[in-house]
Design a protein around this ligand. Structure first.
Ligand SMILES: [Zn+2]
Length: 247
């Protein structure tokens, strides 16, 4: 038995047996972790509000070798996001982000960048819930990028020539970008404004991004089409057993 202490963000929780709950976390030190919170359903649980979705906590848990499920021994609130999660649109976006993390963050494998990205997105939402939609698109792009599933749009995938923010990118169905010279038959064009938006996600935090890039309806739907295609493709291609264990 080994005790681990790490920063963690509560993704979701569900009931187990009479008094316990299962809580899913994204942790800084160990990636996606599923844990039992013993007695969490009792009125006077020692965990209090620490296991509410999107609370940022200092988590201590015990793990046994070769057992995926760990046991929570302590949870100390660093930042409560209770009010945020209770708002309709922000709450939906948070739940969706939790779902994507469940799909794309590997269990029990530290991913500092993924943790920092999720934390920053939650913080941006907490700053202004009106940023929900923009932060959601930023999150989709980055979760795909960190999972190695978002093509690098900064250079032509054929000849390597640099593609600037002011270049329209031509991409194939896999979203591999091409310059004008390497353009392939049947490629679609990514509009200039979405190209600029995508470039901005590389260099800006989600908060700065949301402040500077309020998406128009058409950009939002174009970008959404791109991210959803990549997300659906990634999930469809996965072996079924893997999907079952990460949900
Ligand atoms: Zn080229």
């Amino acid at each position: 038995m080994r005790a681990v202490t790490t920063d963690a963000i509560v993704l979701r929780a569900y009931n187990l047996a009479e008094a316990d709950r299962i809580v899913v976390f994204l942790t800084r030190g160990a990636g996606l972790v599923r844990a039992v919170a013993k007695g969490a359903r009792r009125m006077k649980s020692r965990f209090g509000a620490a296991l509410e979705p999107f609370t940022v906590i200092k988590l201590t848990y015990r793990e046994k070798e070769n057992r995926e499920l760990v046991t929570i021994s302590n949870a100390e609130i660093l930042k409560s996001n209770f009010d945020l999660a209770a708002q309709v649109e922000a709450g939906e976006v948070l739940a969706y982000m939790a779902e994507l993390i469940g799909e794309f963050a590997p269990p029990h494998e530290a991913d500092e960048k993924m943790f920092r990205m999720l934390s920053a997105c939650v913080e941006a939402l907490a700053t202004d819930a009106d940023y929900s939609r923009t932060v959601m698109r930023y999150f989709e792009v980055w979760v795909l990028r960190l999972a190695g599933l978002f093509p690098d749009l900064r250079s032509c995938s054929e000849c390597g020539v640099e593609l600037g923010e002011s270049d329209e990118a031509i991409a194939d169905i896999e979203l591999r970008p091409y310059c004008r010279d390497c353009r392939r038959h049947g490629s679609s064009v990514i509009s200039l404004s979405v190209m600029r938006t995508l470039h901005a996600t590389y260099r800006l935090s989600p908060l700065k991004f949301a402040e500077l890039h309020r998406l128009s309806e058409s950009d939002d739907s174009e970008l959404g089409e791109i991210t959803h295609r990549l997300i659906t493709r990634a999930i469809d291609r996965r072996p079924r057993t893997l999907v079952a264990t990460t949900r």
